[in-house]
Design a binder for this molecule. Structure first.
Ligand code: MN
Length: 201
């Protein structure tokens, strides 16, 4: 690939309202995500990373190339973790795995929510598969991504202030509640079934 491009949102900008507003999505996707992609394209020009997919950049790069490359992938992944038809509870194989590793989906929601509301500063909370196949909750600061540590991302929530400040100001718990109303368990199940990292097209 010569240039990374900003992927389209998988739904309309107003599709997640009232939980996440069109104003937030317009800024978050059209400005924040777009800027990470633009900066990445400028930084990788003429380097060994120029022709590598984002998943390689996340594992191999450092500094600005890592930060912008990981943020480009993290946001593409995050959009799919939300859905106008989301919420509720997982089904099938994913539900079985959550039951095995957390006891209940409510227990997973409680632990994931606590990780989100207690994350210090900007970052992401991830549901990921560890190398033994166990589902784990992983907090990462800034652009952090568990792929870098050999874990497979299954689901994420963006806990940078730009993800919620327009809609919820400093009320992190209200944003977390909105996340659970939109959560796309089907996408999480696809990531488990694929067994390989999501690729940004
Ligand atoms: Mn963000």
């Amino acid at each position: 690939m010569s240039q990374h491009r900003l992927p389209d949102l998988p739904y309309a900008e107003d599709a997640l309202a009232p939980h996440i507003s069109a104003e937030t999505l317009g800024l978050h996707h059209g400005k924040h995500h777009a800027t990470y992609v633009d900066k990445l394209n400028n930084l990788i020009e003429g380097t060994d990373f120029a022709d590598k997919p984002l998943t390689n950049i996340i594992v191999e790069a450092d500094g600005g190339i890592f930060n912008n490359g990981a943020q480009a992938w993290n946001h593409a992944f995050y959009w799919h973790c939300l859905s106008p038809d989301g919420g509720g509870n997982p089904e099938g194989e994913l539900a079985t795995r959550i039951g095995r590793d957390f006891g209940t989906t409510d227990a997973l929601r409680e632990q994931f929510s606590k990780a989100l509301t207690t994350l210090f500063g900007s970052g992401w909370v991830w549901l990921a598969l560890d190398p033994s196949g166990k589902l784990v909750i992983e907090s990462r600061s800034n652009a952090g991504n568990p792929l870098r540590d050999g874990l497979l991302p299954i689901l994420t929530c963006d806990m940078w202030e730009h993800a919620y400040y327009v809609d919820y100001r400093n009320r992190k718990q209200a944003y977390v509640d909105a996340f659970w109303k939109l959560v796309n368990w089907r996408f999480a199940a696809e990531n488990v079934a694929r067994g390989k990292p999501f690729q940004v097209q």
